[in-house]
Design a protein around this ligand. Structure first.
Ligand code: BGP
Length: 489
């Protein structure tokens, strides 16, 4: 095995999926608080009198993310469990709304800052490096209902106020930052992944019913500007910290269905929908292929010369990404995107998919393929900050969960990570997604469990919240302890 000595083994979660305490200590609603899973419609309604969108939480629905797994109050116990596996790093996000509850305040909320201070101190005490996402589907709702979220240029200033506070406060405590989680999902999930809301809608039947691609390109441009400014602020305030982009890159492994040039070129065009984000954030410029789209569809965003210069001069230190599965592109087939990446037509060469109802194709070699493509094209360090498998699991009569399926999934993917390292890719670490069961991002359910640690909580909101170790826990611990040598056992 070729994992480097300083390889960052660990796990990843996000504040909105596990903290709970959704209205505690000053926090107000954010984009994920008003829905059940980010692939469904948010619960907002148009108020004809005020002419604004407002939350319309349904008393008959169970919003599991409101309580999450109560990490906000139980983080010490949970971090002990993570440290028990020997984690070198733990990724979570700072919930923007804990620091700026509405998002447009001038002064931060000290209670929120203190929470993350304590959290990071605890991680250090347990020997884990905090890996921090600045925005993981947690834009304060007020910024959307009042300004339209990132459809407004004003968001750049609110965001910069937030990240400047963070870099100053946690200087020396956080070495690895990421800007916007999976921001390449903005076209598919503009509300939660992008933080966009049309506040002058013609169609009020549902939020963002008449949001156009041109508007999404404009918002994306503002986000790219914010990304560049954030990198600059991070490097200036805390020169020892590294900052990366974070993208869902399963879709880089989009394979052509056949050697029909339409399939091959179509697959390339589909990959480019993701590569656009890499090209801008890693190479500092808009690629020709997007300019053609803008030209032909009249979708070019308004961009100032100085913004393009900022984007050019401030590129990321590393590429952080999630990888769950690969997809197959057929020119006359359909291809969609969800939290796992692209979903195209079935690949007959793969061993299978994760158990139903999710059925995400399992393709470990796709991860090696993605690493290699990224390495060849961008030459930057790579950080695998999400990879994992969600299963519907119930403890047996002895309280045991024999999750061999998960063990095999992780083992097979790590073998390919090792191959990618041998291929010459500079891989900083591997953070398993959801080392403890959390609320699913896509469907908002508890039933889809990723953890090495089981949490007693169910879709109907019942459960004791008690934690217990699944069989994979000891196995992953051994993998880390041997720096990957014991993978095959
Ligand atoms: C990614 C998200 C995570 C996570 C993961 C698994 O898109 O960054 O937040 O949840 O997907 O997705 P899901 O929870 O829908 O299974």
């Amino acid at each position: 095995m070729n994992f480097p000595k300083n390889f960052l083994w660990g796990g990843a979660v996000a504040a909105n999926q596990l903290e709970g305490a959704y209205l505690e200590d000053g926090k107000e609603l954010n984009v994920t608080d008003v829905g059940i899973g980010i692939i469904s419609q948010p619960d907002l309604k148009w108020n004809e009198t005020t002419e604004k969108w407002e939350p319309s939480l349904d008393p008959d629905k169970v919003y599991l993310s409101h309580e999450g797994i109560d990490f906000y109050h139980r983080y010490k116990e949970d971090l002990e469990l993570m440290a028990g596996m020997g984690f070198k790093a733990f990724r979570t996000s700072i919930s923007w709304g804990r620091i700026f509850p509405k998002g447009d305040e001038k002064e931060p909320n000290e209670v929120g800052l203190k929470f993350y201070d304590d959290l990071f101190d605890e991680m250090h005490r347990l020997g884990m490096e905090p890996v921090i996402t600045l925005s993981h589907y947690e834009t304060p709702l007020h910024l959307l209902t009042e300004y339209g979220g990132w459809l407004s240029e004003k968001l750049i200033d609110f965001w910069m106020n937030y990240v400047t506070v963070i870099f100053n406060r946690y200087k020396g405590k956080v070495k690895y930052y990421m800007t916007f989680n999976e921001i390449n999902n903005i076209f598919r999930m503009p509300f939660a992944a992008g933080g966009l809301l049309k506040i002058d809608p013609k169609d009020t039947s549902r939020p963002n019913a008449d949001l156009s691609d041109k508007e999404i390109y404009q918002a994306t441009h503002y986000i790219f500007v914010a990304n560049a400014k954030t990198i600059k602020a991070c490097h200036t305030i805390d020169p020892d910290a590294k900052i990366g982009c974070m993208l869902s890159l399963s879709s880089i492994a989009t394979y052509p269905y056949s050697c029909n040039p339409d399939d091959v070129f179509g697959a390339l065009q589909f990959q480019r929908k993701q590569k656009l984000f890499l090209d801008v954030m890693c190479k500092g410029q808009y690629p020709g292929y997007v300019k053609r789209i803008w030209r032909e569809k009249q979708e070019e965003p308004f961009m100032r010369e100085e913004e393009l210069a900022q984007i050019r001069d401030n590129t990321v230190d590393y590429i952080a990404f999630s990888y769950y599965r690969s997809a197959v592109y057929k020119s006359d087939g359909s291809i969609t995107v969800d939290t796992g990446g692209a979903a195209g037509i079935e690949n007959p060469y793969l061993e299978g998919c994760s158990p139903k109802p999710w059925c995400w194709p399992i393709d470990p070699k796709g991860l090696r393929y993605v690493c290699n493509l990224l390495n060849d094209e961008y030459g930057l360090p790579l950080f695998i900050v999400e990879n994992g498998i969600g299963l519907d699991e119930t403890p047996d009569e002895n309280g045991k969960i024999a999750d061999d399926f998960r063990r095999k999934y992780v083992k097979d993917h790590l073998i390919q990570v090792n191959e990618a390292i041998k291929d010459g890719c500079d891989i900083m670490g591997y953070l398993y997604w959801g080392p403890i069961d959390v609320v699913s991002a896509g469907t908002g359910e508890m039933r889809k469990r990723y953890g090495f640690v089981y949490v007693d909580r169910f879709n109907d909101g019942t459960g004791s919240l008690e934690r217990s170790k699944k069989d994979s826990y000891e196995w992953f611990k051994d993998v880390i302890a041997t720096n990957g040598e014991n993978l095959e056992d």
